[in-house]
Every structure is written in C-alpha cells, then in structure tokens.
Write a protein that binds this ligand. Sequence first.
Ligand SMILES: NC(=O)N[C@@H](CC(=O)O)C(=O)O
Ligand SMILES: [Zn+2]
Ligand SMILES: [Zn+2]
Length: 346
Amino acid sequence: MTTEITIRRPDDWHLHLRDGAMLEGVIGDTSRHFARAIIMPNLVPPVVTTADASAYRDRILAALPKGDRFEPLMTLYLTEHTNPDDVEAGFKSDLIRAVKLYPAGATTNSHGGVRDMDKAMPVLERMAKIGLTLCVHGEVTTPEVDIFDREAVFIETVLDPLRQRLPELRVTMEHVTTKNGIDYIKASKANLAGSITTHHLIINRNAILVGGIKPHYYCLPVAKREEHRLALRAAATSGDKRFFLGTDSAPHVDPLKECACGCAGIYTSINTMSCLAHVFEQDNALDRLEAFASLNGPEWYGLPANEETIRLVKRADPVAFPAKIETGAGPVTVFDPMFPLHWDVA
Ligand SMILES: NC(=O)N[C@@H](CC(=O)O)C(=O)O
Ligand SMILES: [Zn+2]
Ligand SMILES: [Zn+2]
C-alpha cells in the first residue's frame, strides 16, 4: 500500500481570495501548498480593467504570509463594455491570464456580467486573435430552466454556438459539474478544457438536501446527481490533459451562509490536497494526481510546471483540520468531506 507520494507543487486554476480582511484570512491556506492560482475577479466592484487587476495583485502580494512564494494569475471580469485594447495590453504585459465570463445573475457578484453575448463579441474576437483564454461560469440564468439543468442548457445554447462562431477562442469550462460537460469537453478537438473542483468530486446533491438543508454544501453550479459525480471522478483521475484542478474555494462568512438566503460557495483551500489524495487513492489513481493538480493546468495555460515538489504522506491517525477558520471578516466553515482525511502535506 502506498503511504507516500511526491508530486510537483500544485496550482489552483480557479480561486476566490476576496479582498481586505477576508483576503488576509484565507491567502495562507492557498500559498502554503499552491505555487500559483487563477484569481477570480468577482469582487464588489469587480476587477474590470487592467489597472484594477494590477492593484488587486498588489493587495494579494501584500497579504501573503512572510516567506511564502505565491504567484497570483490575474483575470478580468468581462462586461458588455470591456475595452479590447485594455485586455490586449494586460495580456501582452503578462498580467492578465484569462478573462472571465459570468452570465449576468448566474452566481455570487455576477449582476454586472454579460446579458447579451453579441455585445461581448469585439472583446472575444480580439481574445481569439491573440490567444487569450476565456474562463466561463457555464450556466444559463433563464428562470424557466431548472437549476440542475443550467449547465447542460448553457453548453447547448451558449457555449457551443460561441465555439462554432469563434473556433479559435480558447475556452476553459470552469467547475464542470455534469457528465454533459465532461462529454462535451472530451468530444472537442481543440481549444477547450475544463477545471474540476475538489468538492464536486466528493459530494452529490444529497449532501445539500438529505437530513436537513446543509448550507455549507451549497455552491454554484450546484452539485448534481451521483452519475455526474462519477463522470467527474473518472475524468479527473484519467490523466486526460483537458482536465485539471480549479478548487473554486469560495469563502463566505458563516452568517451569510447560515441564513434564509445563503450565499453559494464552499471553502476548500485548507484541505484540498488531503481530499484529493483520498479521492485519487480510492480510485487507484494516485499516480495521476500530479497530472490533475500540477501538470495539466500549466500546459493548458502555456506555463511551465512548477519545479518544486510537495510530499503527501498517509498518516495512521486522521489529520485534524479546523471545522472553521477565523478571519478578520468573521468565521468561515471549512469543507467537511464526511470521511476522515489521512493524507497530509508533509
Ligand atoms: N462557486 C460558488 O458557489 N461561488 C463563487 C462564485 C462562482 O464561482 O460561481 C463565489 O464567488 O462565491
Ligand atoms: Zn462560477
Ligand atoms: Zn468560482
């Protein structure tokens, strides 16, 4: 039985760090294990210009625990008024690594997102020309469409038409939650990849709804049926280069989750590597954890894999993670995978 593995230092290709006291409270949980992360731009107000992204990057670096080395990879929040020249300048200076599409109203802080895709075409055309990646929150917001179907309908009615119109555009389908998404990515010939979260490999929708409503398992896209979780597991553990880790660790303070209209988001930065080692071991795929967490993402984004390594060790006793972390903004509940975690980052 394997009790120890060494892998290249991982990166997180989808992360929410927030700002101010929350940023200070959570950044260390990422920088402890991860070398780089794609930083989501859904602040209030959102990160919409290269100047916004540059200032936000400085705030992230200033909040880093002393001695930690961590590179924030910045993104811009796509609006109907985004200036293609600003986007191109940010990309050419290596500051901007992706542009993020939030369909208006789809998720946390997305009200300033895109309503009419036609209005975003000038920026998307420029991105296709220069090779800049579009990251998408892939859900429609049409009220008639059931929340569990919103990803599948997005693929059919928004993503596929967009990719047919602009085949050269590089698209990351973020936090894929359905077999439909996995199959769509697998069927693509080029310019499409998908990130998968830690929690969607572990929970299905029962976690949210059985035995009482569990707000700390609520995120968007919402967890789906078991058959979808199994499709995500198979894709993540397959080694297929088109799939990589994006934790979507999304901290909200407990009072904003435990209330009549709770926020979407699950906080996993602190125990993600332990959870993943457990999942990959269960699926006899420990030898493919490095591809998922440390190799496939950089390759897709055209960056070198990290030179440093981390060592994961399976302990006899479960590793103790806190049930919540205390931040200057308030307490944030940590993802509970509902099984003991024996894998530890040494
Ligand atoms: N995943 C979530 O449930 N929430 C994210 C937004 C997002 O990634 O959709 C957040 O910013 O809180
Ligand atoms: Zn999202
Ligand atoms: Zn997210």
